[in-house]
Design a protein around this ligand. Sequence first.
Ligand code: 3HC
Ligand code: NAI
Length: 701
Amino acid sequence: MSQVVSYELHGNIGVISVNNPPVNALAQVVREGILNAVQQAQGDASEAIVLRCEGRTFIAGADITEFGKPPKSPGLPEVLSEIENSSKPVIAAIHGTALGGGFEVTLACHYRCAIASARVGLPEVNLGLLPGAGGTQRVPRIAGVKAALDMITSGKPVPAPKAKEMGLIDEIVEGDDLQAAAISYAGELLNAGAPLKRVRDITIDPESIEPGFFESARKNLAKRARGQIAQDRIVSCIEAAVNLPMDEGLQRERELFSELVTSPESAAMRHIFFAERQAAKIKDLPKDTAQRPINKVAIIGGGTMGGGIAMCFANVDIPVVMVEINDDALERGLGIIRKNYSITVKKGKMSEEHMNSRLELISGTTDYADISDVDLVIEAVFENLDLKKEIFAKLDATCKQGAILATNTSYQDVDAIANATQRPEDVLGLHFFSPANVMKLLEVVRGEKTADDVLATSMAIGKKIGKICALSRVCYGFIGNRMLSGYGREAQMLLLDGCTPTQVDSTLEKFGMAMGPLAMGDLAGLDVGYKARQSRTDLPDDPKLFRMGTVLVEMDRLGQKTGAGYYKYDPETRARLADPEVEALIKEEAAKLDIEQREISEEEILQRCFYPLINEGALILEEGIAQRPSDIDVVYVYGYAFPVAKGGPMFYADQVGLKNVYDKICEFRDRYGEDYWKPAPLLKELAEKGSSFAEWAAEQA
Ligand code: 3HC
Ligand code: NAI
């Protein structure tokens, strides 16, 4: 028997145990071990077989690191068919998460029991894949077509009690000893003469599916797929489960899985899976760095960001005190939080009781003395350095020793803020994204003097509140906003050169961005960027620069809030509509600036908008602002809705080829000047060597 899988007889029950930390992924040795154990059990004194796992979880899926490499025998389908064809009942005993191939293993078993806290799911879609070991054929047979489609296309795990209602779990077992409970359940099944239930024997009546069901599912899914093809292939597999016999359905599933596993989308999404986990690791910090306890949090400023940040902590049962300048501002801030939670309740996603218990965790004050006992403070007041320094000096005077003092600033110098205190080692940036209770990214900004345990604690608390953390050093705009500047600049320059706003935005949206940059400007308010530009002294003095944004603001077209910006907005539906007036205005402005307008290809739009991101990303790496290129990808995917199916800007650059990116940037430099297009030395070096960011990262590691 392999070391990671063991088999033992407990009376008349054979117990197969998988032990492949950390998550019992189905590596080749695990597949082989299970196969051998099931075969061994066929010839021994066992009457039933329990399949269980050691460690923190049941099998969490195929071993993702094996994808893209030559397949190793035995394949998972072979193992599953051995289980399903066993002459003795096989009972899966689930704890933790049975995900992907792990859940598919259980579906090939004849019975499934689980502890109540377990969850089961098929998250393959998040990796640009579909369940490739029978999940698309077995789940609809048990739970019905609609439930299967929802479960597999959402990728969301289902809690065991709900899975029982759906028929996916047969028994919820009690007690601390799952193995004993599963053995006892197996005994009960034997005593009751329970049959060998094989999911493959269930048939679905095609007449039970409404006409047009699959077509409309495809259409709905395409709307949110953003360049991903897995959703469409999942529909095809479930259609096969309805219309084809099991073996042909499995064959169809295999073919489509093979197509997806070799697709660029899945490669990009697998990159992000590992990048996300890597980003949480700080290179020079020992794994066992001590952490400070965080049991109570204060938020300074209950505006747009403060309110959302407070919700993040209340959602994980950590009490929060919100500090505002006066009672009115405090009431307004707390009111927004109440409103946000009630919207969730109205949508049926939270019970009233649950909402009240969260609201009870959030209190308010106007007196800093009330936060002297908190473990973590997050400041989210107006974006003004002097004000922030003043507040940090006050926090220094008020907060207990050891409290972590964080700023949510978007652009200000975290070191200057830290130096306003006597304890700069306790200060760092925790940069949330708007809306803070929804957006997944948290940039953890390491100041010059930030202590190791402050960083380790911040990474851990970020994970606890459900964020994906990426570390940044201090610079203007940190990783994300610093890179964004050239992207927004070029979107506007393209207008003067001959594009319409629709052309620019729809090209980027077709690429997979959730919203094009001009429409995004309209959503955020064009005055925001306008004001930010006015306070900058580092921008070239060039009338072309951000010209259209400026002209529109001066016409009081501030975006959606005034009903017009780059677009006009239908007052009833708020639909974005092309505006001939803006298109004429752009032509006029171009003429005033002597710019000869021309046809611009989609390819150029993508290059002009994305290559500044990549170039700035390369500078950020050279300067050590980001730890790795993949951290930058994580920032863009989770903070700026860069399409996950493209893997983030640095991964995308590697796919395009750094030489191609570099040559194009040089061409743009020759056309538009060094003020805007100056190739980063690292990009030049890697392009000339024929290397990639990924190779560079591997060398650095
Ligand atoms: N394969 C390889 N490594 C995996 C893995 C997998 N399926 N799942 C997790 N890991 C690794 C992580 O990379 C991480 O490694 P690191 O410590 O070196 O960074 C380590 O295991 C721990 O993972 P997490 O940090 O994510 O641990 P958590 O406790 O936060 O979460 C989890 C556990 C919920 C199981 C989460 O890891 C997860 O969601 N895993 C992926 C599940 C998945 O996508 N399964 C489907 C795979 S595809 C498939 O099964 C195809 C099949 O249909 C044929
Ligand atoms: P906001 O204007 O909505 O809220 C700021 C709040 O701070 C106001 O309610 C104000 O009354 C309060 N305040 C001002 N001085 C105070 C003081 N001395 N003590 C207590 N409260 C005080 O601002 P917003 O948008 O929430 O931004 C806050 C910070 O977060 C800024 O630094 C901003 O750059 C940053 N940020 C903003 C993002 C956004 O999209 N809005 C995204 C990420 C960061």
